[in-house]
Design a protein around this ligand. Structure first.
Ligand code: OAD
Length: 253
């Protein structure tokens, strides 16, 4: 493991552009469950068709709204872990570092990262289900219209509000994936951390980077499909591996 960490640190030290694709695993050590892990993953305990699709929302808007409200509340009780913080510090050591996250939490930002793209939206944002004023029609909490029923309604059109997250069957935020692909293709080092690589198109970004010549580093306690082409597979939790990697990169300066 020490050799692999050293090899990863060497690649990072000379990189001009570093990109990171993060998934639920990076927030696990902060206390947020992942999606697909047996027993503990959200989708082993809840139905994603019911809770994470436009059809599920249409069928039971109150239930879906309440589930996300609970997750929004939970987010207030958790904090960035040492992995989030080390990644933010790494950004100061390299010329450019962009995080492309699939996570809807804000733990990268609260950990000190600035250049963060949220491919799957943000749990803390709310929009009109019909995007009545354009895509997305975001609404501030102060402007929610709370009636008898849940969810609250849009101040512009009076129809349902929903979380600004990407559900199954929906498109990613306009233009964002094209930007993510361009960033992946320009990377010298591409770190893929805490993702099972099951959800496309995000899952294809590491391959785009590899095909464009990047050194691909996978951080995950378990084997992933990325091992087939990753240059360096670091087996372990993000909260341990990322600080160790940061320490090595900073020592070499
Ligand atoms: P998954 O739940 O599919 O995968 C989580 C990954 O994190 C697995 O590969 C775990 O082995 C790994 N993992 C677990 N603990 C870890 C740790 N301490 N450090 C690093 N890795 C760890 O989550 P995602 O790949 O993020 O979509 O799922 C992708 C998308 O599917 C999510 O963004 C969400 C979900 O449905 C939407 O919300 C649209």
């Amino acid at each position: 493991m020490d050799d692999l960490l050293q090899k990863a640190a060497d690649a990072l030290r000379v990189a001009k552009r570093v990109s990171v694709l993060s998934g639920a695993g990076v927030s696990k050590e902060s206390g947020i469950p992942t999606y697909r892990e047996a027993l503990t993953g959200l989708w082993s305990n809840y139905s994603f068709q019911e809770l994470a699709s436009p059809e599920g929302f249409r069928q039971n808007p109150g239930k879906v709204w309440d589930w996300y409200t609970e997750r929004r509340m939970q987010l207030k009780t958790v904090y960035p872990n040492p992995g989030h913080i080390a990644l933010a510090k790494l950004a100061a050591l390299v010329p450019a570092l962009t995080i492309i996250t699939q996570n809807i939490d804000d733990l990268h930002e609260r950990g000190g990262s600035h250049d963060v793209m949220h491919l799957h939206g943000k749990l803390n944002e709310v929009k009109c289900f019909y995007n009545c004023q354009g895509e997305p029609t975001l609404v501030n909490e102060d402007d929610f219209v709370h009636g008898e029923s849940s969810p609250p309604t849009c101040p512009h059109c009076g129809r349902w509000l929903r979380p600004n997250v990407v559900w199954f069957g929906e498109m990613l935020p306009v233009g964002m994936f094209a930007r993510a692909e361009a960033i992946a293709a320009e990377s010298d080092v591409f770190i893929v951390a805490g993702t099972s690589g099951m959800v496309f198109p995000a899952a294809q970004l590491p391959l785009t980077a590899k095909e464009s010549g990047a050194t691909v580093i996978d951080i995950n306690p378990d084997a992933t499909d990325y091992d087939a082409f990753a240059d360096i597979s670091l087996r372990g939790g993000f909260g341990q591996i990322m600080p160790a990697l940061f320490d090595l990169v900073s020592q070499g300066r």
